[in-house]
Write a protein that binds this ligand. Structure first.
Ligand code: MRU
Length: 341
């Protein structure tokens, strides 16, 4: 019999087709469910940069398949493909982690078929990690709790099931989570467009809030946990995640709401000492100055659009990984689970 948590997981965003990579185009959701096929590494890099595929684990998986496409077309193009894919986005370390893993396989003289097995392993291991983190994270949540999540950390952002959204799937399935709130996640609206679509599609009731309603939500006692994903976790537990996560952590601490980060070990970067060392991606001001191609702000206005921020480890109650939970993370507790650099 399939577990109830697993049946609530119908979406797959990254599908290998043998000679092409099929990506569900996340720019179009929820209005249209359309996929694009990438046939070379450059197309995969462009899809990552343009957010056709997004979410830290998913871009690592897509990049791994991009390497396979390069090997199938012309093994001589592999060094260039690795460099192009690596440069697609700077913050999520899963991208570099997956490419380093593919590079080790190339250095061990893997052919295209062997590289495809490695990419498939990266994808399969991510799904297994998410299911494990779902169990570990949900176990921290008291029965009848409300949770607030940010951005999209679900099947759209991973190989399936999700990180923070995996904990929410598992917590709803076992009755610990009674209420789910999703912040809309301006400016790209990952929460409004993607998380709400994914949760409702999988039969999980969720309530959308404006990002600016989060403190008020906490003050009214409707949530006991904020549960978010991560793009890079430094060696001291400082965590880069979607812009707005930091202010949620500050508000959570002020209101006595617990704060949980859920991410696979591929997101942990023990070579980065603190959050200060994490590069924060700046995207086009157009993402703020208009929506869906229509200008919403007066012509001539300027905008600043950092798309990630860093939550200091002191504001985090638990980091949940497939290897285990780090409560009240700091450098020593991170090193105990992940090994010193
Ligand atoms: O810019 P995005 O949509 O790629 O940002 C995604 C996030 O910040 C997620 O929270 C993070 O990658 C974790 S996804 C499991």
């Amino acid at each position: 019999m399939s577990s109830p948590t697993i049946s609530h997981d119908s979406v797959r965003a990254v599908l290998w087709q043998g000679d092409r990579l099929r990506l569900l185009d996340q720019r179009l959701l929820p209005a249209q469910e359309r996929s694009i096929d990438c046939t070379d590494a450059d197309e995969v890099a462009t899809a990552i940069r343009d957010l056709v595929v997004r979410g830290a684990p998913a871009i690592g998986i897509a990049a791994a398949w991009g390497v396979v496409l390069a090997a199938q077309r012309d093994p001589a193009s592999l060094p260039g493909a690795l460099a192009t894919l690596r440069a697609a986005r700077p913050t999520a370390v899963n991208l570099m982690w997956a490419l380093d893993r593919m590079k080790r396989a190339i250095d061990a003289e893997a052919d295209a078929a062997a590289l495809a097995r490695e990419a498939q392993a990266i994808q399969d291991e991510d799904l297994a990690a998410n299911r494990r983190m779902g169990e570990l994270g949900a176990a921290l949540i008291e029965g009848g709790s409300g949770v607030l999540t940010h951005c999209n950390t679900g099947s759209l952002a991973t190989a399936g099931f999700g990180t923070a959204l995996g904990v929410i799937r598992a917590g709803v399935a076992d009755g610990r989570i009674a209420r789910v709130f999703a912040g809309e996640t301006r400016p790209w609206l990952q929460g409004a467009r993607l998380t709400m679509w994914e949760l409702l599609r999988d039969g999980i009731a969720a309530t959308l809030i404006a990002d600016s309603a989060a403190s008020h939500l906490m003050k009214t006692g409707q949530v006991q946990w904020v549960v978010v994903g991560a793009d890079r976790i430094a060696a001291n537990g400082d965590t880069a995640n979607k812009i707005g996560t930091y202010q949620l952590a500050i508000a959570a601490r002020h209101h006595g709401v617990k704060f949980m980060v859920v991410a696979p070990s591929s997101t942990v970067d023990m070579a980065t000492t603190t959050g200060e060392d994490i590069e924060i991606e700046l995207r086009s001001s157009d993402e703020l100055l208009g929506y869906a191609g229509a200008r919403t702000v007066v012509e001539g206005a300027k905008a600043w659009n950092p798309v990630f921020d860093v939550t200091p480890h002191t504001l985090i109650d638990a980091i949940v990984t497939e290897r285990g939970v780090v409560e009240k993370p700091d450098a020593a507790r991170m090193a105990a689970l992940f090994g010193a650099r």
